[in-house]
Design a protein around this ligand. Structure first.
Ligand code: AMP
Length: 142
């Protein structure tokens, strides 16, 4: 498999070289809103460790990533008044991965509302900023 590319777009976000609508950060994980959400509140949760796919991450970092994912999922249910959640994670192009820093999609769902197709809709930055503010507020101190 290819090695980790230090210049992938999420590595640049983690280094603060590119902007993101950040919602959560701890020692091991970082989360921000997807700019092409498949539903309102679509969040990406990343390990800070430089890993390409789930095949590369160490067990402790993976456990920390999943804990952060659950924390964000719980907050997203409340903030987005969700009826459920879809959690997705893609590996390598064959698996649907487009950005090659491991990440987990947390997508709030409403009963009867289908997901938008991937990369079909770019959200208004002002909407993302408001959503990020509300989700970050719900996550503050957890
Ligand atoms: P995938 O690698 O298939 O799991 O998908 C990558 C995801 O990253 C897609 O849902 C994109 O909409 C999202 N994405 C790409 N660039 C950015 C960015 N600069 N900020 C936030 N989300 C992004």
């Amino acid at each position: 498999m290819p090695s980790y590319d230090q210049n992938n777009i999420f590595a640049k976000i983690l280094r603060g070289e590119l902007p993101a609508h950040k919602v959560f950060e701890n020692q091991k994980a970082f989360a921000f809103l997807d700019i092409m959400p498949r539903a309102p509140g679509h969040t990406l949760v990343l390990p800070k460790a430089p890993v390409r796919t789930i095949l590369d991450i160490g067990p402790e970092d993976l456990a920390d990533l999943m804990k952060a994912t659950q924390t964000i999922a719980r907050a997203a249910m409340i903030v987005f008044a969700a009826d459920g959640l879809t959690i997705q994670q893609f590996n390598e192009p064959a698996g649907g991965q487009v950005v090659f820093h491991l990440h987990i999609h947390v997508i709030p769902r409403k009963n009867g509302v289908a997901l938008k197709p991937p990369a079909s809709f770019k959200e208004d930055p002002a909407v993302l900023a408001d959503q990020a503010r509300r989700l970050a507020a719900a996550l503050k101190g957890v």
